[in-house]
Design a protein around this ligand. Sequence first.
Ligand code: PLP
Length: 297
Amino acid sequence: MPRQAYVNGRYVPHNHAAVHIEDRGYQFADGVYEVIPVHDGRLVDAELHLQRLEYSLGELRIPMPMSRRALQLVATELMRRNDLTNGFLYMQVTRGVAPRNHFFPKDAKPALTMTTRQMADKGRSPDWGMKVISVPDQRWARCDIKSIALLPNVLAKQAAADQGCDEAWQVDRDGYVTEGGATNAWIVTRDDTVVTRHLDEGILSGITRLSLREVLAREGYTLEVRPFTVAEARNAREAFLTSSTNYVMPVTEIDGNPVGNGHPGLLTLALRAAYIDRVVAAGAGADSFAAREAAPA
Ligand code: PLP
């Protein structure tokens, strides 16, 4: 069967999947999205991703297109049709279709699309470690919303690619790393403390970050939730990034300088293994997206 996509209530061949020219996502980037990893035919941390989707939509006053449970059923059916074993599911909700006008349309129904992408687990292999550049954070003031308006992220990541690197760490006006173009940023200090920036409207609350915090707490690692500068990251023992498509990935170079000995860090690799065991394979991630701020630092 050819690969299929889900578009507003119908499963259609991926090549023919299309939305209306006046979809507000197309016109205004008026929508949000989720990327949910799929491992061995199962969605990873699906409930947390759907809770974050509901949060993002709520902040933009876009109604949920259907319940979280129904979204999961559609996602599972699309995975079945596409024979998806490893990879990810992309889900996008926009405010819907309406004649172009900035004001919220009165009667538009949210538009829902889903696609899947097969990606061998090898694509997530940490063998080489990632190279990162630092760039000014040029985004808007609500990065906690997983908006489809990604132009600054696109430019940041392209700047990285232009320099033969994999990711761009965005830096705020005070010199602190906020997060990557599509990943959360972490370092490990010389006394083995794991550090990642606090949550607020300046970064996305990554689901991988959230579940990795659970793993850190269970395994007794020391975590400090605070900002760090590029200079601190360059001098750190280890650095890594997290996201649904990378899980936990070592960072071995920042702005052309090696981190630590320039090889993937041992603590990072141990965390990656623990994350894959507990969260990806066993499905034991964080309990709830809403509880993210309440968890001990
Ligand atoms: N930060 C940004 C800006 C992102 O776009 C993403 C993922 O796309 C992340 C962090 C990581 O989030 P998650 O772990 O939920 O994939």
